[in-house]
Design a protein. Structure first.
Length: 344
């Protein structure tokens, strides 16, 4: 009973945050010019964001401070409807607490060195926060298209972060938007940015959209920038789906068992992810089939079908299962134990 009451009060407090900030910020507005009012609202947002960043703060208190910061920035946006800065700060606050600090490459040791505390909101991807951040970046781009945070990708690129969120949301419209952002980054590069990740992600997005020719071209471009095994496996999958199975098999064999282990470690560590998760089963099935592991390959193909990931490629998976099943009936002796190099 006490728990329910406390949670209800917290929800009400979060819901009232925007109204409270508006009331506080508008106090004395008549005597202040618009610039001062706008500046004060931004400062209130910065103060709340600073509170949310304090170490050892309980999650519900931090969440309330985040929402208070966003509400204050929204007040500033209302005061100056043409300004992009409030939206840039909204996006930064959301990114910092729900996405940037959830990067699995940021180990506890690295976070400690950077004196950054892990975010308590990383357990589950939040579509609502993703939509909120995308909307803020869209508003920034509409109002300030030349703002370097959205118009430049020399260092950390908010356009790239928006593309990642669109990719994870994974509707057709989101994938189209993600592809547009990746394409923009590639076309507007100054030549100093390694575009391997962007090219790889655009290739993956094109493949999710069923554009195999474009995906294969972009995977090859990505491999010109970097030699990452996940890009090579992505190209192999695209080739297989485009009925170029011999070339796909040759590429997988070229990577060898060591390449598979590296790829698997990237997947386990979160460095490489699939949208949806079941898409990864296609990759694993293709590798096991290439290395004459028919039973494990069939299991993986079936897992891919059961996941419902990208139905346009299910006929290809069924064709693999049929071929492997026929092969096992004719040559049962080809069944071998999984070698140690492939242990998961």
């Amino acid at each position: 009973m006490i728990r329910a009451v406390i949670l209800a009060l917290l929800v009400l407090g979060a819901a009232d945050a925007r109204a409270n900030v508006w009331t506080d910020a508008t106090a004395g507005q008549a005597g202040a010019d618009a610039d001062e009012f706008y500046t004060r609202a931004l400062e209130r947002g910065d103060d709340a964001a600073g509170q949310a960043a304090q170490r050892s703060m309980r999650a519900h208190v931090r969440l309330a401070a985040i929402d208070k910061a966003i509400a204050a920035y929204e007040v500033a946006a209302k005061a100056k409807p043409a300004a992009g800065e409030p939206y840039a700060r909204i996006a930064k606050v959301i990114d910092s607490f729900f996405f940037e600090l959830c990067d699995k490459s940021l180990t506890p040791q690295l976070l400690a060195q950077l004196t950054i505390e892990p975010s308590p909101f990383c357990d589950v991807f939040s579509p609502a926060r993703a939509r909120q951040m995308i909307a803020a970046l869209d508003a920034l781009e509409q109002r300030s298209p030349l703002d370097p945070r959205i118009a430049s990708c020399v260092s950390r690129c908010e356009r790239f972060e928006r593309a990642i969120l669109h990719t994870k949301l994974a509707t057709h419209a989101d994938l189209v938007a993600a592809a547009a952002d990746y394409q923009w980054i590639i076309e507007h590069s100054d030549g100093n940015r390694n575009l391997g990740v962007e090219a790889n992600n655009l290739a993956e997005t094109d493949m999710m959209l069923g554009k195999l020719d474009e995906a294969i071209t972009m995977y090859r471009l990505a491999m010109d920038y970097r030699t990452d095994v996940s890009t090579a496996y992505g190209l192999a999958v695209a080739l297989d789906r485009d009925d170029e199975s011999a070339e796909a098999e040759a590429l997988i064999r070229q990577l060898g068992p060591a390449g598979f282990k590296t790829f698997h470690e990237q997947v386990k560590g979160g460095e490489t992810f699939f949208v949806p998760d079941g898409e990864g089963e296609y990759y694993y099935a293709l590798v096991y089939e290439t290395y004459d592991q028919p039973l494990e390959a069939i299991r993986r193909w079936q897992a891919y079908l059961a996941s419902g990931a990208h139905p346009q490629y299910q006929p290809r998976a069924r064709a693999h299962i049929a071929a492997l099943t026929a092969q096992l009936k004719l040559h049962p002796q080809i069944v071998r134990p999984v070698p140690s190099d492939f242990d998961e």
